[in-house]
Design a protein around this ligand. Structure first.
Ligand SMILES: NC(=O)c1ccc[n+]([C@@H]2O[C@H](COP(=O)([O-])OP(=O)(O)OC[C@H]3O[C@@H](n4cnc5c(N)ncnc54)[C@H](O)[C@@H]3O)[C@@H](O)[C@H]2O)c1
Ligand SMILES: O=P(O)(O)OC[C@H](O)CO
Length: 347
């Protein structure tokens, strides 16, 4: 499963020890990728029955039914997971990342790189996950990385060909994390634009909610393509205002992930939007979807970020209003289409 080792890699090197925090669908899937790439992986989670099964039978039937995982450890004890781990991967819902990491702060090895798989923005602080990680664990930029891209967990778990972006302000750190998760089916590219890569991951969930809502109301591909294209404009506008690199938005973490999430029924954000568009209440749609749909909570934080930087994000604002019950979904399309005429390329 592993990609060929780079020529410079010592042939006798001990496997990289990695802790993955969060045993849901993405945490477990990425643990699989890391183990397939040759790492010594310990998956941490709260559910003793799940982690016991991961440890003994290398299966997580709750989140990845039918998937046989490679050899890895499972534990509910963060000290066991984190001891000796030179890479720590965080894959809990964004809104609990701060509390989860704070409870483990003293257990993280002093030289470990901490990697976020999370695609959300914290409510209340409007901080990206790399900011939360650096703040809670008191880490310099070179010890923080992000993995983001068109990475629907159920497809990766089938070992379907997939690419991703590993972003860190330090190219060396990004390369180190990329080497740890490079397999024959999973290809990481590096990027130093942490702001852009993280914003792409968080905002595409909001656009996917809108795409799902449109589909739920019976609209077709013209509408979805419009949401994807104008959604990318919104993401780019916000990213550029926050100092991101324009090239990121046409890459895997940008256009790539936006397309996958807006088009695929495997996306929880897309599914939740569709349930809502079909007439369920928000609570019913959340229950019917299952799993973490980050866009519901992050939409509020993203809109606050946009307003703080004087950035126009009409789709995001519309989704926020609809979810808050301030705008009937039946009026969202008309509201967006009636906005003042403008040039497509004027920004
Ligand atoms: N599933 C995907 O396809 C996918 C792909 C890329 C990125 N992500 C991102 O990964 C992150 C995790 O998503 P997921 O798909 O694994 O979600 P999930 O809903 O499948 O699993 C979430 C996990 O977090 C645990 N959890 C919930 N509350 C917790 C708490 N208070 N403390 C500790 N653990 C808690 C749950 O028990 C569960 O194990 C999200 O930010 C998501 O956007 C998901
Ligand atoms: O299921 P979603 O909507 O959280 O999307 C999963 C991944 O982020 C797709 O890349």
């Amino acid at each position: 499963m592993s990609a060929p080792a780079p020529l410079s890699a010592p042939l006798t090197a001990a496997p990289t020890k990695v802790a993955v925090l969060g045993a849901g669908s993405m945490g477990t899937t990425f643990a699989m990728v890391l183990a397939d790439a040759g790492c010594d992986v310990t998956l941490w989670g709260r559910d003793a029955a799940v982690l016991d099964a991961v440890d003994r039978t290398h299966r997580n039937e709750k989140y990845l039914p039918g998937v046989q995982l490679p050899a890895m450890h499972g534990t509910t004890d963060p000290a066991v997971a984190l001891q000796g781990a030179s890479i720590v991967v965080v894959s809990v819902p964004s809104q609990v990342a701060r509390a989860t990491l704070a409870s483990m702060k003293d257990l993280v090895e002093p030289d470990a790189v901490v990697v976020s798989l999370m695609k959300g923005v914290e409510l209340g602080t409007d901080k990206r996950m790399s900011q939360v990680i650096a703040e809670v664990l008191d880490l310099p930029d070179e010890r923080v990385a992000i993995v983001s891209g068109p990475n629907l967990a159920p497809e990766i778990a089938e070992r379907q060909p997939t690419a991703t972006v590993v972003a860190s302000r330090s190219e060396a750190t990004a390369q180190r994390v990329a080497a740890a998760c490079w397999t024959g089916y999973f290809r990481p590219y590096t990027n130093t634009d942490v702001v852009g890569v993280e914003l792409c991951g968080a905002v595409k969930n909001i656009i996917a909610l809108a795409a799902g809502m449109a589909q739920g109301r019976g609209f077709g591909w013209n509408t979805i393509a419009t949401l994807i294209t104008r959604g990318l404009v919104e993401i780019t506008r916000l990213g550029l205002a926050l100092g991101a690199d324009a090239a990121t938005f046409s890459g895997l973490a940008g256009m790539g992930d936006l397309t996958a999430t807006c088009a695929s029924p495997l996306s929880r954000n897309h599914r939740l939007g569709k349930h809502f568009g079909e007439g369920l209440t928000l609570e019913e749609a959340i229950a019917a979807t299952g799993g973490t749909a980050e866009g519901v909570k992050s939409s509020q934080s993203v809109l606050e970020l946009a307003r703080a930087h004087d950035v126009e994000m009409p789709i995001t604002a519309g989704v926020v209003d609809v979810l808050a019950g301030k705008l009937p979904l039946s009026e969202l399309a008309a509201t967006l289409l009636a906005r003042p005429q403008k040039s497509e390329v004027a920004g």
